[in-house]
Ligand binder design. Sequence first.
Ligand SMILES: NC(=O)c1ncn([C@@H]2O[C@H](COP(=O)(O)O)[C@@H](O)[C@H]2O)c1NC=O
Length: 519
Amino acid sequence: MQVTRALLSVSDKTGIVDFARELANLGVALLSTGGTYKLIKDNGIPVQEVADYTGFPEMMDGRVKTLHPKIHGGILGRRGTDDEVMTQHGIGRIDLVVVNLYPFAQTVAKPNCSLEDAIENIDIGGPTMVRSAAKNNAHVGIVVNSTDYSTVLAEIQATGGLSQNTRFDLAVKAFEHTAAYDGMIANYLGRLVTEPAQQFSRTFNSQFIKAQDLRYGENPHQKAAFYVEAQPKEASIATAKQLQGKELSYNNIADTDAALECVKSFVKPACVIVKHANPCGVAVSLDGIKAAYDLAYQTDTESAFGGIIAFNRELDAETAKAIVDRQFVEVIIAPKVSPEALAVTAAKQNVRVLECGQWSAERSQQLDYKRVNGGLLVQDLDIGMITEGDLKVVTKRAPTEAEIHDLIFAWKVAKFVKSNAIVYAKGRQTIGIGAGQMSRVNSARIAAIKAEHAGLQVQGAVMASDAFFPFRDGIDNAAKVGISCVIQPGGSMRDAEVIAAADEHGMAMVFTGMRHFRH
Ligand SMILES: NC(=O)c1ncn([C@@H]2O[C@H](COP(=O)(O)O)[C@@H](O)[C@H]2O)c1NC=O
C-alpha cells in the first residue's frame, strides 16, 4: 500500500512538525485540522485544511471538524471495491491517519474540573477517525502515538508505504488506545450516576499492558503473563529493570512486590526477606544495609533460603557479597544497584537482580484489586501508617523510647504479614514472625517457636498484632515468653480485660486505632 495522502489531527503536537515535513518531502499530500494545520503551515510545510477539502467549516467550537463523508469515505473506502463510489462522490483516498485525542485524563485530573470541561474534552471526531482507519487496516495506516513516528517514517521512506503487518500492528494499538480512552470516560462519568457522586464507578474499566509472558503461573500447569500500568505511579516491581539472572517467574514477581512494598515503609537503611509472600526476616540498621541484611537473615535462616531480598538503599558490593556467599537467593531488588555489586552477583548468574528506581517518601493512593470467582474486589491500597503521635498508651506502664522505636518497627512489618499476623521485634530486628494462621494465638506460638529456633531472645522484645486481641490469652502467652510491650489496634469488646492482663504482667501496651489485615 502506497501512502499518497495523510490526515494529521493531533492535540499533543509533540514531533508533528518534523513528521509532517518528512512526509511532505516524500511527496505525501497533507490534510489537517485547524490547530494542527496552522502549526504545520506556519512551519512552511505544504498542507491543506480539512475544512477547505470538505467545503465544510469546522463548527460548534470544534465539535464538528472531520465528521464528513469525504473524510470517513476516504479512510473507510476499500481499495478495489469502493473505487467507483468514491470517484462518483469526489472522495479521495486517505492512506495514513495520524491522530491523538483530546486530553481527557489530564483534564479530569485537574482539581475542580467541572463536568462541562470534562464533557468538552471527550473527543468524538478523533476516535471516529482512529476506529475508521483501524478497521480499514487492510488499506490504511493509523498512528496514535508520537513514539511511532520515526518507525512509520522509516518504512515509508524505504518502501513508499506500510506493510500489512505494520498496519495491523498499528490498528491494534489504535483500538487499545480508544479502549483505554473510553474506559477512562466511563469510569469518570460512572462515578457521577449516583447522588452523591461515588468513588467507585458503575463499571470498572482498566487497562494493563503486557510486560512479559511468564513460563507458567503460580504452578506449572497454569499459564501466566505479567501486565503493568501504562504509567505506574511510583517505583515498583512494575518499573523494575532486571539487570541479570534467570527469567522472573509469577511467584518471583508476587514475592518481590511484597518485599519491596514492605521495605518502602522504612526511612533508615532496611532489609526485608520474603518467602511465600510473607516477610521472614526484617531489620533496620543505622550501620547500613549490610548490617540490616545480617540481622534480617538471623530471624529465620531456614526460610531465607530461596527468598526474595529487598533493600531501600543502593545495593553495594559488600552487601551483595554477603548475600551470595551465604545463601541461595531468588531475587534481590533495590532502588539502585552499584556496578561493583553487579560485578559480585555476576558470579551467580541465576540470581535475578532488579533495580526499581527511587520512590518518594509520600506514598500515592492507588487501587488494590483482588479477584474472586466471578468478580473483583476493589479497594484503596493500604497506605495508612501511624506515627508515634498516634499511639495511645492504655496501660499503667508507658513504653520507653527504645520500646516505641521497636513498636513502630514491628507494626510496619506486621502490616505486610498475612493475617493473623504476630511480629516479635527487638532493636529494630524481627525476632519471630507468625503469619497466616486462622488463630492469633497460634501465630504468637509460631513467632515464639521461630525465635527459639533462631536462638534469639524474646525476653524484652515487643509484640505487634495486626488486629485486636479478642481475649486476654494472647497477652498472657506473650508475657510467658518474655514480651514486654505490645502494639495493636484495640477495639475489642474485651479491651478492658486485655489491658488488665497487660497491667498484671507489668507490660506496656499501645493502641494504634488502625488495623492492617492482609489476606
Ligand atoms: N469533532 C471532530 O470532528 C474532530 N476531528 C478531530 N478532532 C480532534 O481535534 C484534535 C486536533 O485539533 P486541532 O488540529 O484543531 O488542534 C485532535 O485531538 C482530534 O482528535 C475532533 N474533535 C473532537 O471531537
